[in-house]
Every structure is written in structure tokens, then in C-alpha cells.
Design a protein around this ligand. Structure first.
Ligand code: FE
Length: 438
């Protein structure tokens, strides 16, 4: 956890996978504001607030998230905190709206709101005593991708090159995500090294971001809908309780809502596979006279599924399959789907090896095969465009994989938000330049 203290104001960065939430605390006033909380970490936040003896005054969302389920609705239900979103956001959860230049009080301090559209039209950044919480408007070495809901490369250009232009360089940048383990930066460092901040020509900036094509996070539409509607707490069942219940004469029906590839790799038995994106159309296959236990990797997707199954008796498995396995309960192990990246390595290795062997044994002209493969890999590394991955992606094996949810999706309701710049990992909220092979 990174902690910055200014006078009596504390900014705590809290990482959950590739996402960051921020707890801003005025210790003197015993008040706190929580930025971008995740639903699967609500208990952690509440424990932290309790330990500090502070009251949660407000939750601020930097935008409507598409890659993870927000904890705002549950935190409001459990603490009475206000929920603040941009005036442009469509939200049933927001209790107040903020716009550019507004100030939000936390104890004796003020958080200034900066409208920063681009990643989404409702994106805001927050200026807090020397720290700039950028959400997905600006990531370290990149920015939020602009092909999500109401995103716009032109708006992102205006945010980065106009709205942020006059901000002091010594501000500490705290992003909404990082996919490579970094935690913070400064605005001047980003101005020197971030490809999108160095891309000052507006047309080129727009065409660069418009050219990049990445798969959307799995279940993105369901996640956005849940975040707009607000996901309330769902009844849960602990792993040991489920293990006991499964030994009864009439056990609950376990419904696994993960992707087929994940299910094939490992699942709980007996269980029924109904991926989250099919849960509405296949709800008639589910029994209404039995309790359903919804299972995913950690519980996030199961909560989304529960929201779609009104009229059924549902509980979600607390901690998901991860907790089930950690508790030592039995699972069925299968074969995992090999990633496209690994397939490229295997095929490239086979071609290079075979070409070399044939060049030595049959004809030197076969030496062109490994040379061609090598040149292709270098090109793919530089441009992030891999012809072999595109070809392999058309194989039935991989088409089945693609239908199973795409690449960038973080299975626990996570996904990615980064715009396509070379150094950001694909499949996130970050914007890439050029299509991803992963
Ligand atoms: Fe995002």
C-alpha cells in the first residue's frame, strides 16, 4: 500500500489485481472519501475504515467502470456514504453529481474535480493536495482506451493536452490501473515519457487511438449495466457450508458462470456450466424449486449472475472457486486452453527449427523460413501486429476460445481499460497502438 500524507490528509492507494482504489482520510476530522472501490473488496475497505476509526463520507467514481464491479452501491447501503459521479454519468447509484471545478470536502480539506473525458464521457480526475487521481484518463505510460462506452480519442486529446496542460509537473499521478506493477508517477515524468502526452499533434493522436483494436473485457455490457443500476449485497454461502450441503439428499444446484475454457481447466463437481453472458437466455434451463449456488473464480461474476436471476433462490459461493480450492475441497482438473501468445511461440519455434534442419539437410534456400519467421517476430514485437497470431486466431480451436470471452478479460469481473500504447499490456483499460496478439 502506498501512502502519501499531507498535513493531516492521507491518500492510501489500495491495489486489487490491476485496479487501484484510493482512500483519502482526514485523520483530524475522522472523515474519509473512497475513490473507485471494487465490490469484491468492500469487506477490506470497511475493516480499514474501522481500524482507523473514521467515517466514510463519500464514494467518488472517476467514471462508470466497464472492467470491474463497483462497490459503491454496497458501501452506500452499509455506511450511508454519499456516491458522487460526474454530471454526465448515467447512474441509479449516484446521490450527487459533480462537474469540472467542483470541490468535495473531506474534513478540513477539499478535493477539486477536473472533468477529463476521453476514456468515457463521464470521466473525472481528482486533485488532492499535490496528488492527481486520474482514473483512466491518464495511466502511467499510457491512457485509458477510448473504445468503451462513449469514449472519444478527440476528447481524450483535449483532456491530456489542454485540460491537464496547465497543471504543475510535480503533481503525483495516481492512476486507476496499472498492468505492470507500477504505482505512481509524476505529471512531468509522464510529459517526458508517455507516448500519448508526447503525441501533441491532434490528428495523429486521434488516428493513433482510432487505429488500435482490442477485444473488450468479457461481460463488459453486464458489468456496465450492473454499475449503472448498482449491485447490492447478495446472499452468500461459505465453502465449508456448501461442501456439507452437497452431501444432502437434495443438494443445491451449483451453477458455474465462468467461461467454458476456465470450466474445462478446473471446476467443482457436480456443477452446471452456464457462462454469465448466457445466463439470461438459458435461465429456463435452471430449476426454480432448488437453491442455486452461483460460482465463479472469486465471486464477482456470480454476483452479476445473481442480479440476472430474480425469481430464483440464489446464493453466491463466498470467495469463489479460489476459496473452494484453498479450503482443500475436491475439484475436477482438465486441460487449459493454450493462449494465442504461447501458440505463436510454439509454431514459430517449429517453423524455425524445421527450416534450419531442412536448410542443412536438403537445400540452403530453406534457411529463408527461419529468417522470415524471425523478421515476422521482430515486426510483431515493434508494431504489436502479429500476422501469425491473426492466422492462428482463425483456427476452430481459437475461434471457440474467442467466443469464450476474449483475451483481455480479467475473469473476476476485471478487464482492461488501457489505450493501445506499446508499453501498456493489452487487454485492459489501457489504449494500445495496434492490435493485440493476446
Ligand atoms: Fe475504465
Amino acid at each position: 500500500m502506498i501512502q502519501t500524507t499531507t498535513k493531516s490528509l492521507i491518500v492510501n492507494q489500495m491495489r486489487a489485481e490491476n485496479c487501484f482504489a484510493y482512500l483519502i482520510v482526514d485523520a483530524d476530522a475522522r472523515e474519509a472519501v473512497l475513490v473507485d472501490p471494487r465490490a469484491d473488496r468492500v469487506e477490506d475497505y470497511l475493516r480499514d475504515l474501522d481500524g482507523r476509526g473514521v467515517r466514510l463520507r463519500a464514494v467518488i467514481e472517476t467514471h462508470t467502470h466497464a472492467d470491474h464491479i463497483s462497490g459503491a452501491a454496497e458501501l452506500r447501503a452499509r455506511t450511508g456514504a454519499e456516491v458522487l459521479l460526474s454530471a454526465r454519468a448515467t447512474s441509479d447509484v449516484a446521490t450527487s453529481r459533480v462537474d469540472d471545478g467542483d470541490r468535495v470536502r473531506v474534513g478540513g480539506h477539499e478535493i477539486e474535480v477536473l472533468a477529463s473525458p476521453g476514456h468515457t464521457d463521464d470521466s473525472i480526475s481528482l486533485l488532492v493536495d499535490g496528488a492527481l487521481l486520474t482514473g483512466d484518463a491518464l495511466l502511467i505510460g499510457g491512457a485509458g482506451r477510448t473504445d468503451f462506452q462513449n469514449g472519444s480519442p478527440a476528447a481524450l486529446y483535449d483532456t491530456l493536452h489542454r485540460r491537464f496542460a496547465d497543471l504543475p509537473g510535480d503533481l503525483t499521478v495516481y492512476p486507476g490501473h496499472d498492468y505492470t506493477g507500477r504505482t505512481h508517477s509524476t505529471l512531468s515524468q509522464e510529459r517526458q515519457t508517455n507516448a500519448l502526452l508526447r503525441l501533441t499533434e491532434r490528428d495523429r493522436f486521434i488516428s493513433t487511438l482510432s487505429a488500435g483494436r482490442q477485444p473488450k473485457p468479457a461481460n463488459m455490457d453486464a458489468i456496465v449495466a450492473a454499475n449503472i443500476r448498482g449491485l447490492r449485497p447478495s446472499p452468500r454461502i461459505a465453502v465449508d457450508e456448501l461442501a456439507t450441503a452437497l452431501r444432502r439428499t437434495t443438494p443445491p444446484v451449483v451453477v458455474d458462470v465462468r467461461l467454458p475454457a476456465e470450466y474445462r481447466a478446473v471446476h467443482l463437481a457436480p456443477s452446471l456450466l452456464v457462462p454469465l453472458d448466457q445466463i439470461v437466455e438459458r435461465r429456463d434451463e435452471l430449476p426454480r424449486d432448488r437453491e442455486l449456488v452461483l460460482v465463479c473464480r472469486t465471486g464477482a461474476r456470480a454476483r452479476l449472475a445473481a442480479a440476472e436471476l430474480a425469481g430464483f433462490r440464489t446464493r453466491i459461493l463466498e470467495g469463489g472457486l479460489v476459496a473452494w480450492q484453498e479450503a482443500g475441497h475436491p475439484v475436477v482438473q482438465g486441460k487449459a486452453h493454450m493462449s494465442l501468445e504461447r501458440q505463436v511461440r510454439v509454431v514459430a519455434g517449429i517453423l524455425a527449427g524445421a527450416g534450419g534442419a531442412l536448410a542443412a539437410a536438403v537445400n540452403p534456400w530453406f534457411g529463408l523460413v527461419p529468417a522470415f519467421v524471425g523478421a515476422g517476430l521482430v515486426y510483431a514485437g515493434i508494431t504489436d501486429r502479429c500476422g501469425m497470431a491473426l492466422l492462428l486466431g482463425k483456427l476452430p480451436y481459437n475461434r471457440r476460445g474467442a467466443e469464450e470471452g476474449g483475451t483481455c478479460a480479467a475473469p473476476a469481473g476485471g478487464g482492461t481499460c488501457a489505450a493501445p500504447v506499446a508499453e501498456t499490456s493489452a487487454g485492459t483499460c489501457a489504449a494500445p497502438i495496434g492490435p493485440s496478439t493476446r
